[in-house]
Design a protein around this ligand. Sequence first.
Ligand code: 13P
Ligand code: SF4
Length: 302
Amino acid sequence: MKNLVERIRELKKKKNAIILAHSYQNIEIDEVADFVGDSLYLSQMAKATEADIIVFAGVYFMAQTAKIISPEKKVLLPNLNAGCLMADMINLHQMMDFKKSHPNIPVVCYINSTAEVKAECDICCTSSNALEIVKSLNSPKVLFVPDANLGKWVESKLEGVEVITYDGNCPVHNNITITDIETARVKYPDAKILIHPECKPEVSSLGDYIGSTSGIIDYVKNSSDKKFVIVTEKGVYDRLRRDYPDKEFVLIRDNMLCESMKLTTLEEILHSLEYEVNEITLDENVRRLSAGCIERMLKVSR
Ligand code: 13P
Ligand code: SF4
């Protein structure tokens, strides 16, 4: 009897499919994944691939993004309950109200949002290119949805740009406090503290490095330091421990878990690929409009 991993690998070959996995995903999924990384990298891979099927081991907005930019491909999300708490904080009506109360200002939309919301925005961004994208607009005022923390962090880095933020956040990151970081500094004085910008800006500003999940992983890769405090979801910590056994890692809190990401299992990946179920579909008008938002980002940030 073949094991799950072998069966998934065989099916991928037979069906010309690839598996994209976010760095927060359950680590055993890396065994079948073709690409593992952050939101920007995975959307670039979704666009570049010549596969017929993309199985997205991530959350809903990620699979939806893959479908938006690669409409001719079949995109499957192994567990349809894998949502994103932040993306769910803004719907189309809330988006329209936000724009109405701040007219004639360009709107940047974090990739953690639905296609309907993206369709109403000028340009998309991810945590690894948010600064570059806001800068590229050359506007003294910018609206930013849905992550207030990322938006305010960008504002703190740019002179002369007001970033007007929607009141959304990621509860996994938003819960981290200044005290958590100060305590870690005292407890691990020789460690570098690496923070995801979805944390509150007053928290991020205390880090030695602030960046996306891939940014954090690359920082460790290129650093001669030996000890790191990881301030993002546990999947990043798990992969760092696996890949750098000679370095030491501390997760800022035990409960840094994105429950949605952890819903996906190898069994579900096999099931969705075998029967081609849990396919992402989109209204064509929404898809076209949201594609413009993402394509503009990919032009600025290759
Ligand atoms: P990345 O841009 O680092 O992939 O972050 C996505 C995300 O959902 C973080 O919570
Ligand atoms: Fe969404 Fe937060 Fe999970 Fe990232 S960690 S996918 S922002 S709920």
